[in-house]
Design a protein around this ligand. Structure first.
Ligand code: NAD
Length: 821
């Protein structure tokens, strides 16, 4: 269960299955989303991604077909970036409806999410209209960003009130992990539990429960923080580029920093959230209110219609290749790109306590600015904790998940030394340096928090109302998260040391949580696959065949693996010669075959990138369990190589298998897609698209919530073992031969001559064609995997000696970006 981390980390999947069995059976057959605007349409798209049937409503169009507004919104989804859909064509799965003709359809919906324009009167009108059609058990939830959920509920008939609450998604809803749930005084407790369970497992989100206060938790603290930052920027006279450099990755925040983030969000949206703060709060309810004035620059940009990225101008504007920044005084865009002083970059790398001390004592404007914004954040969060959230945990998680911060304000404060930082804030308040004179609450200085040295402890996180450290909510759904994201001070189990280690070296850790399944965790940088990793994987199979039910290849975070260790390969080639590379390739290929033909099931538990060698590990596993956000592909062409650890062999084999299952005589059509994916280094932009490309199979499992991946993978391994798992037969299969190769080559010539691909691309693609068709043999010739793997090695070795390929590899190693040559 989800009570405390020590218990959770130590518990094995067997125990967790029990929890999962007692999970609520809130059976969501269909969801209605009301409002096909920015949020409603994208929420509908995400529901499609996770296989929840959805019908999207909007007002009837005044002209043309009545569903016109919804239809347009659904079409828009296909073009939106980043894509709200796992696969663009799935937009067709969104049911379309309007309030004039289709209210009856609401009766089939178990959940109704309202996401219409942010106007209390409009929302209330709509609730009255839909109420007679809402199913007697259905949950109704509003996605409002700032309106009072309790006030909204008052317009509802008595029988719906207990089933009404807030469900606050963040934009873009597919990618933002946070969903805030907000109860009213009349919301039934089990309704919220049911919804939390559904949102966590089925939608794959991280739930934080918020109190019903303006803008809830993340936007309240986050936007107050942004306004405070803009205030300090003016005070210290810094430019936006420098501020973004300071407040991005270096500070452990979203890489777009402050102003570029505002541009991406849209300055109108931001102004809207600011306005909610201005309209719903006052100096009494929020002592920071005087600092909530719309900053002059924001006002000016809004007046100019420069709403950020969507208007192609905001705080920044791209002109040709240059990015310019807005200058408030001249109202012109001027050259930008200035970086922060290096000294602050160095300070930000220091341990938290030292870091904050150095910043606070620094003489330069940039350092003082950084201390000021961090201090304002601590000050604001502490003053408001009791009103907006139940515990400090909810504030920190909301800011991590809703604002892309690595640490929430309380975590950083605690890490830096609770009482020391508290006294600094107190001094600053007394000196008139803070945004508000409001004192820090008493609990900061005395009692449980002061004694524990912070708000997060192994017993739980501080609740300023009960004055206790409260454990996490106990819901069976959380037993599916074996290693959920933890906060500093919680003393959670680290997946890097949890369970019992069976073998560990620098490249890999083989361990078990339940003594039933062996977990293989790759430890190299970006989980690159070199010889040691291959040895480790082979050893995993060896051990599992003796003592375990299966192997799960899993890591606590992203990526799954970015592929072969290029650096090691290049060094080996220079030092030992090409023979070494051939040997290494051979060993990798043997590893893949060992995974494929293991006598126990090997499960690849994928999250994030599984590229090149990572993809090859995945496709040679018995099964793949992939988080929704998995990006899988054979990308070797990008570094001038061909997939050389069985990737092309897999493509050829899969084509033959697919053909064998069909009535078609010709193999080539089955091969073309796979060939093209490898030749164009195509990567699936989601697990769903990765399946379309063929790197995941229909029988593989896609898991919406990244934190449930290990739980599902362990269960799959055990289920396969229990079903009497045997590896596939080792068979020969037919290849398309020289005639197939000639056909592909003909198309490649056209592409090269038409200027679509370079000569080197042509050369690599020809080599790929040679491997996947089996080379110089007759069409239909039966081959073995080993035969094709030998062709892979030959092509790989040849390319590695090629100057253009070497240029690509060096470029990638130096800049992380592909070189086009
Ligand atoms: P939007 O303006 O893009 O879309 C609103 C939709 O409501 C439109 O499709 C419109 O046709 C419909 N609508 C307008 N008047 C209506 C009426 N009287 N009756 C029924 N439908 C009507 O808005 P949005 O940005 O998608 O926001 C929708 C809700 O989600 C708001 O409550 C907003 O606060 C909240 N929200 C927005 C964001 C965001 O970043 N945009 C994030 C989280 C929550």
């Amino acid at each position: 269960m989800y009570q405390n981390h020590e218990e959770r980390g130590g518990r094995a999947a067997g125990a967790n299955s029990e929890g999962a069995k007692t999970m609520s059976r809130f059976n969501v057959r269909k969801v209605a989303v009301l409002g096909a605007g920015v949020m409603g349409a994208q929420i509908a798209a995400h529901l499609v991604n996770v296989k929840v049937p959805v019908v999207l409503f909007d007002l009837p169009a005044r002209e043309g077909p009545k569903n016109g507004i919804v239809t347009k919104a659904v079409e828009g989804l296909k073009k939106l970036k980043p894509s709200p859909l796992g696969v663009a064509d799935d937009a067709a799965l969104i049911g379309q409806a309007n309030y004039e003709e289709h209210l009856e359809q609401l009766r089939d919906c178990d959940l109704v999410i309202e996401a219409i324009a942010e106007r209390m009167d409009w929302k209330l009108d709509l609730y009255k209209k839909i109420a007679p059609f809402v199913a007697p058990h259905a949950i109704v939830a509003s996605n409002t960003s700032g309106l009072s959920i309790t006030k909204l509920s008052e317009a509802l008939p008595e029988e719906i009130k207990p089933r009404f609450c807030g469900i606050h998604f963040f934009n873009p809803p597919r990618y933002m992990y946070l969903v805030e749930l907000i109860a009213t005084p009349t919301t039934n407790a089990h309704i919220l539990d049911d919804l939390e369970t559904f949102v966590t497992t089925a939608l794959g989100k991280g739930v934080v429960r918020a109190k019903d206060t303006p803008n809830f938790i993340a936007n309240r603290v986050g936007i107050a923080g942004m306004l405070g930052t803009m205030h300090e920027v003016e005070k210290f006279g810094l430019t936006y580029d420098v501020v973004d450099d300071l407040t991005g990755k270096k500070l452990g925040r979203a890489s777009s920093g402050t102003f570029r983030t505002a541009d991406v969000v849209g300055l109108d949206t931001m102004a809207h959230v600011v306005k909610t703060l201005q309209d719903n709060l006052d100096e009494k309810s929020d002592p920071f209110y005087p600092s909530f004035g719309t900053p002059a620059v924001l006002k000016t940009l809004l007046e100019m219609g420069n709403l950020g990225q969507k208007a192609k101008a905001g705080f920044y504007k791209k002109v040709g290749r240059d990015v310019l920044r807005f200058d408030l005084e001249s109202k012109e865009y001027v050259p930008s790109g200035e970086k922060a002083d290096e000294v602050y970059g160095r300070m930000l790398k220091k341990p938290a306590g030292e870091r904050l001390k150095l910043l606070r004592e620094s003489e330069g404007a940039q350092g003082q600015f950084l201390w000021a914004i961090l201090r304002n954040g601590f000050h604001y969060a502490a003053v408001h904790l009791a009103t907006i959230a139940e515990t400090a945990r909810d504030v920190d998680l909301a800011l991590r998940w809703g604002f892309g911060m690595k640490q929430g304000p309380f975590e950083l404060w605690q890490e830096a030394g609770w009482l020391q930082v508290a006294s600094w804030i107190k001094e600053d308040i007394a000196a008139g340096k803070t945004l508000s004179k409001a004192p820090l609450p008493d609990w900061v200085f005395s009692g449980a928090v002061a004694e524990a040295g912070g708000v997060h402890t192994p017993q739980g996180s501080f609740n300023p109302t009960t004055k206790k450290f409260e454990p996490r909510r106990v819901l069976p759904v959380y037993s599916r998260q074996l290693f959920p994201e933890s906060l500093l001070g919680e003393a959670a189990q680290d997946p890097a040391t949890a369970g019992r280690t069976v073998h560990e070296d620098d490249a890999i850790r083989l361990w078990t949580l339940d003594e039933e399944v062996l977990i293989a965790t790759i430890k190299t940088k970006m989980r690159a696959i070199g010889m040691e990793v291959c040895e480790g994987l082979q050893q995993a199979v060896e051990l599992a065949e003796k003592d375990y039910q299966g192997v799960v290849i899993w890591s606590g975070d992203e990526p799954f693996s970015v592929g072969a260790d290029l650096q090691a390969m290049l060094t080996g080639m220079v030092g030992v010669g090409i023979g070494m590379v051939d040997e290494a390739e051979h060993f990798m290929q043997q590893t893949m075959l060992r995974l494929r033909y293991a006598n126990v099931p090997v499960i690849a538990a994928i999250r994030g990138m599984a590229l090149g060698g990572g993809c090859e590990v995945a496709v040679h596993s018995a099964k793949r369990v992939a988080a929704m956000e998995s990006y899988i592909g054979l990308v070797e062409v990008g570094v001038g190589l061909v997939p050389g650890a069985g990737g092309l062999t897999y493509i050829a084999r899969r084509a033959a298998e697919n053909q064998a299952k069909s009535t078609h005589k010709d193999l080539l059509p089955f091969l073309i897609d796979g060939f093209t994916s490898a030749a164009m280094a195509k990567v699936g932009t989601s697990a769903i698209e990765s399946r379309q490309i063929g790197y995941l199979l229909d029988g593989d499992t896609i898991v919406p919530n990244k934190d449930e991946l290990l739980f599902v993978a362990l269960d799959e391994a055990k289920a396969m073992f229990a079903a009497g798992y045997r590896p596939p037969h080792k068979r020969t299969f037919a290849v398309a031969g020289r005639s197939g190769k000639a056909t592909i080559q003909g198309q490649l010539v056209n592409m090269r001559d038409g200027g679509f691909i370079s000569q080197h691309d042509f050369h690599i693609a020809s080599l790929i064609a040679n491997v996947v068709t089996g080379g110089d043999v007759d069409a239909g010739t039966q081959v073995t995997e080993e035969y094709l793997m030998a062709l892979e090695r030959k092509a790989f070795g040849e390319l590695l000696m090629n100057a253009k390929t070497q240029e690509r590899i060096m470029g990638m190693l130096a800049t992380g970006k592909p070189v086009r040559n």
